[in-house]
Ligand binder design. Structure first.
Ligand code: FES
Length: 570
């Protein structure tokens, strides 16, 4: 049964004063533009300050073409754009604010369905969260990854190479001149980070959730097939409006379970945990931190991409993309889960070929066994913490060591390279004050730089623990998202230099080896730090942000508020 009357008719359909006002001010559209056509919002995160999304005007034009072809009326609108590299103090602080912008822009305007143009890390979750809280038909078009970075005939991946090379410079293995030369070789086309960082991970999550067309994640931004996909999405959203295929019909529990499994198989970013939890809460789907461990941690790593492997997103596309990964996962995927093109994910991927088994491995011969994200608990993380074993050093996954504590990132920056720092290869680096409330905004600093004196001795990894996040492009034995965070009095706040910490990933344990009596004494003496903002959005954020294990959304944004037509004001 096709819909023939749309919410936009409440603006444009009346033969009265209000209809006059709404149509007249749109100016320039032929009168029949508004007759019985679905209005499609093109939600654009274009910004020159978000370089990963700087090509979105061209993508929007392709979407517009498709919408017109299918008989819809495309209307593009801007929303807050979050550029990971430029936005301070951290783009994550604004994910929830941008999601509010998206939600209210959709609900308050004559929009029947929406195409979400996403790219850089936080633009994907913020747009999907906002759309999920509105529940209109929605389809995601990702901007696509950059072409492979190439430096002296070697692949170099966004972010990953920066972490590697900056440590090589600090240890004296690489000259500053070489470091500067690599800078221009890494980012050489439009698009987002081309490692399996957070942007690529979230684009893959979009595909696994069924919110994007097949191959949405991996087609490079510079490939003409990205334009084709955008145009097809423009056509399809018009059909979705007519079919009333709203986002709530796509975001089922099965779709989230598929996303968790795909994230494990691709070696996806730990940030996917926080973003999927937040999206699920908006959609009203019951999803918990432990689901990531239960559903994903036993899965092998199939995709050989940096930072867990060696290839990049361009290679993944040529090898068969996410459809080939989903097909390889077989019955581990709910094959009857719905997707935006009206077919199930099983139907979409049934015949998906793999063209390169060194990029996409088989389940029988994976790149690494049991590589999905593990959830840790213990007195140091009562509500949980996460680690990505595929990016860690295997021998450190079971480790006891003495804490070297940094109270905040300024303390870390000041003392990491100090010759006086009491640290050795068995130490456990602990960073406080970088959680959702404490920083505020939970920055990507959990992969703390290793102390220079250890780098010079050839040490390549240490256990690192914090209440912050880590870039999806980063690697190491890094425990993240410790909850409750230090700023609200989690046990992390009580750790002192020299305390023994036990990490046991196989047993899923993270323990501070200090007696309960001593911890109680320290807790009684602990003074809660003053909030870092007294007014403005930052204060709103501090007062309402949830902990990492609940998605770090604002507490009052949970749930779907629908897209009922608001009151007329004229
Ligand atoms: Fe934009 Fe990495 S900085 S995706």
């Amino acid at each position: 049964m096709q819909k023939t009357s749309f919410r936009s008719s409440h603006w444009f359909g009346g033969r009265d004063r209000d209809g006059f006002i709404h149509r007249s001010w749109m100016r320039g559209f032929p009168r029949d533009s508004f007759d019985g056509r679905p209005v499609i919002g093109i939600c654009n995160t274009w910004s020159e300050l978000t370089p990963c999304n700087a090509h979105f005007r061209e993508i929007a034009e392709r979407v517009r073409r498709g919408v017109y072809e299918a008989g819809g009326l495309p209307l593009e609108f801007p929303v807050m754009s979050l550029g990971e590299t430029n936005l301070r103090p951290t783009a994550m602080l604004y994910r929830n604010l941008a999601s509010m912008d998206v939600e209210e822009s959709i609900r308050g305007n004559p929009i029947d369905g929406v195409v979400l143009l996403c790219g850089c890390d936080k633009t994907t979750p913020s747009l999907v969260m906002g759309a999920a809280s509105c529940d209109v038909p929605a389809i995601v078009v990702s901007g696509g990854p950059m072409l492979n970075g190439v430096f002296r005939n070697e692949r170099i991946g966004s972010g990953t190479i920066v972490w590697q090379m900056s440590e090589d410079v600090r240890s004296g293995k690489l000259s500053m001149a070489d470091f500067m030369e690599a800078e221009v070789c890494m980012s050489r086309s439009p698009g987002h980070c081309m490692t399996m960082g957070t942007a690529s991970t979230m684009a893959a999550m979009v595909e696994a959730l069924g919110l994007g067309l097949p191959h949405n994640a991996a087609i490079p931004a510079a490939d003409s097939r990205r334009d084709t996909l955008a145009q097809l999405a423009g056509r399809r959203i018009v059909e979705m409006v007519r079919e009333d295929l709203r986002i709530s019909k796509i975001l089922t529990r099965k779709n989230f379970e598929n996303a968790i499994r795909v994230n494990a198989a691709i070696g996806g970013s730990t940030n996917a945990v926080i973003h999927l939890l937040a999206i699920a809460r908006r959609a009203g789907v019951e999803l918990r931190l432990d689901d990531f461990d239960r559903l994903g941690s036993d899965l092998p790593l199939l995709v050989n991409l940096q930072p867990s492997g060696k290839y990049l997103m361009e290679d993944l596309y040529y090898a068969g993309g996410i459809p080939a990964v989903v097909r390889e996962l077989g019955d581990l995927i709910h094959r009857d889960a719905p997707t935006v093109n009206g077919k199930t994910i099983g139907e979409n991927t049934r015949d998906a070929p793999c063209w390169n088994r060194d990029v996409i491995h088989t389940l029988a011969e994976p790149l690494k066994p049991r590589a999905g994200i593990a959830v840790l608990r213990g007195n140091l993380a009562k509500n949980g913490a996460v680690i990505k074993p595929s990016a860690a050093t295997p021998r450190l996954l079971k480790h006891r060591g003495r804490a070297v504590v940094f109270e905040n990132i300024e303390d870390l920056r000041t003392r990491t390279d100090s010759p006086e720092l009491a640290v050795d290869e068995n130490s456990v680096m602990v960073l406080k004050g970088v959680g959702p409330c404490g920083y505020p905004g939970m920055p990507e600093v959990g992969n703390m730089p290793l102390p220079r004196k250890l780098l010079e001795r050839g040490v390549t990894d240490l256990v690192r623990i914090s209440d912050g996040r880590m870039s999806g492009t980063a690697y190491g034995t890094v425990v993240l998202h410790v909850s409750p965070e230090s700023a609200i009095g989690g046990t992390l706040a009580l750790v002192q230099d020299g305390d023994e910490i036990e990490l046991d990933v196989p047993a899923r344990r993270l323990e501070l080896r200090v007696s309960d009596d001593e911890l109680n004494r320290r807790r009684a003496a602990w003074i809660k730090p003053a909030p870092r903002a007294s007014s403005g959005y930052e204060r709103l954020y501090i007062d309402h942000v949830t902990q990492a294990d609940e998605g770090a959304d604002l507490d009052f944004l949970a749930g779907c508020r629908g897209a009922a037509v608001p009151r007329e004001s004229h």
